[in-house]
Design a protein around this ligand. Structure first.
Ligand SMILES: Nc1ncnc2c1ncn2[C@@H]1O[C@H](COP(=O)(O)OP(=O)(O)O)[C@@H](O)[C@H]1O
Ligand SMILES: [Mg+2]
Length: 275
């Protein structure tokens, strides 16, 4: 056993942060950032202290989806997170705004992830939600090796292509011993606004089925709904607007809290579930 083996390094707690929730997927475009944003804002609206760390360093969408484009200040060597809708925020998009891509290698990614985790003044948080990039690459490993992640949420659509990659993500988390909090099926169904019929655009039920097959929890279905996309594009998360998507995201937030209580605290006391 060497200190460099995945999962074998000491995982120091992030002071003041009770639970670290990683939101991952096998594939891009399945709604990971949408889920991370609405989950964090949903947790805050349920009364929890929430933060959102955008670990998608190459494709940071949190600033746009949260409607924030300022630059964080630093006091001494501590970066002050921005705040929106009661959620503390950090994203590479605040430091490298615009369309210019970053071209970074593994060690630089590793150090920026460490900065985001430990160089940011997160204060006291119940939940720090981490929006992961797609797949099973360097950022995921860097985080998993060094942060005491409470558990991971895997986002998928019901399509077979997405489910195939979601299974890989679940295997990765199993391999590195990060508990799976559960699977979320996003874009699960569309309620046609014209005929009020339900349309299963990307099929339906694959998330629940995969959860059963892989013996992980199923955390819920989120509808495919234009309001979700509009909320993302305009920086007004849909979980703050009345409607079916709001109900879905709040249920997801409650289910997550329930799962965290079941898994038990990594450090610090259990927290109460609010209704
Ligand atoms: N349930 C949904 N209904 C409608 N649009 C959605 C839904 N979930 C995500 N989207 C849209 O799909 C696109 C991709 O979502 P995003 O969260 O960026 O995916 P990822 O982070 O997995 O790449 C975005 O434009 C987002 O607004
Ligand atoms: Mg994303």
């Amino acid at each position: 056993m060497t200190p460099n083996q995945p999962g074998q390094m000491p995982k120091m707690p992030i002071p003041g942060v009770k639970y670290l929730i990683a939101v991952g997927s096998g594939k891009g475009g399945v709604g990971k950032t949408t889920v991370a944003v609405n989950l964090a804002v949903g947790l805050a609206s349920l009364g929890y202290k929430a933060g959102l760390m955008d670990a998608d360093v190459y494709g940071p969408n949190v600033p746009l989806m949260m409607g924030v484009n300022s630059t964080p200040m630093a006091y001494g060597d501590r970066i002050q997170p921005l705040e929106q809708f009661g959620v503390k925020l950090m994203s590479m998009g605040f430091l490298n705004p615009g369309d210019k891509p970053l071209v970074w290698r593994g060690p630089m990614l590793h150090s920026v992830i460490q900065q985001f985790l430990r160089g940011v003044d997160w204060g006291q948080l119940d939940y720090l939600v981490i929006d992961l990039p797609p797949g099973t690459g360097d950022v995921q490993l860097s985080l998993i090796q060094t942060a005491p992640i409470t558990g991971a949420i895997v986002v998928t659509t019901p399509s077979d292509v997405s489910l195939e990659d979601a299974r890989k993500a679940i295997h990765m988390f199993h391999q590195v011993k990060v508990p799976i909090l559960g699977i979320v099926e996003n874009m699960s169904f569309l309620m046609c606004p014209h005929c009020n019929e339900r349309i299963d655009v990307f099929s339906h039920g694959g998330g629940r089925r995969t959860a059963e097959q892989m013996q992980v929890h199923f955390l819920g279905e989120l509808p495919l709904n234009p309001a979700v996309r509009i909320g993302g594009d305009t920086g007004k998360p849909v979980v703050l607007q009345d409607g079916a998507p709001q109900a879905g995201f709040l249920e997801l937030a409650r289910n997550l809290v329930q799962r965290v209580v079941e898994i038990g605290p990594q450090d610090g006391p259990k927290i109460e579930i609010s209704d």
